[in-house]
Design a protein around this ligand. Sequence first.
Ligand code: FA5
Length: 343
Amino acid sequence: MIDKISNLRDAAIGRIKEAVNSAEVEELRVKLLGKKGELTEMLKDLKNMDIEERKQFGQKANALKTELTEIIEGKFKELSVKDVKKSLSSGSNFDISLPGTNFKLGSLHPVTIVQKEIERIFTGMGFNIVDGPEAEEEFFNFEALNIPKHHPARDMQDTYWLENGSLLRTHTSPCQVRAMQKYGAPLKVIAPGRCFRNESTDASHENTFFQLEGMMIDKNVSIANLIYVMKLLLSEVFQRDVKIRLRPGFFPFVEPGFELDLNCMICGGKGCPTCKHSGWIELLPCGMVHPNVLRYGGIDTEEYTGFAFGLGLTRLAMMKYGISDIRVLNSGDLRAMEQFSVR
Ligand code: FA5
């Protein structure tokens, strides 16, 4: 058996030396060392050998594999140098001294980084990630959220209407009823996505921004569950204690409803253009899902309760990375985006 190995070695080295181009070398590499190569086939005999023979044969075969791999690599290098020399001597204008083309690696957008982080936190708690259309039906954006036609709450979310009667969704909340109708209760979902509003832009308002909706429906879900999840979310994202305030907030689709504001991290709460000189950033409105909304979702309100929240994802990214003007995030300016080079 040992003879077989040295015969293979001699023949293989001879064949590699004679190869005249890279394609031939590659063919030999596969024939010798590939999955069905000659050396691999030989190793199949191991099972018929006694222990001592198997040990010796195994060692020799492995040593040969290493030796042939090195010889093949050397041959590849030798041939590529020859190719360059040949092209130079044949009058080609290929300039070997030119630096190679530098390909720039892309980086993730700060909003995407924060979104992925929150998805990790929530999937760890058993939440599923769902999606909804950006061009949404009026029913899901408003009616199903307990905002009937002519309700003044619609004024707070003016949007862009499409010719077919649908609209660009003003928030990710339409995903609530869509998810309830599709999956029923109990339900634990988050829905990140782009939203649109027809409003003037400033340091903290864009006409296109991201939110991340969250919803949990089960038996006995209470405000205590909501507060626990909100606190956990913020401490995981910021990895430290952050100053927040919780105050009553009105949204027709929750009862009771809250506004959760974050102490402005741009000015430390002193007041700046980002927080409109209030020291606080509106970030995470939330509340207990209104029974009318549960009913639109086909959920039995006698049996189930739930909480929901609508996180301002773009604003959260601003706070996390100290970005004082939201417009930078939609600018496409690589000089700004590259600073968060997480790939
Ligand atoms: C809503 O959109 C509700 N759907 C949130 C909600 C969900 C409440 C579930 C209760 C239960 P609001 O309009 O406040 O609420 O927007 C939520 C968050 O999105 C804001 O706190 C803010 O952080 C962000 N946001 C709103 N408008 C803009 C904007 N023009 N530019 C950037 N971020 C915005």
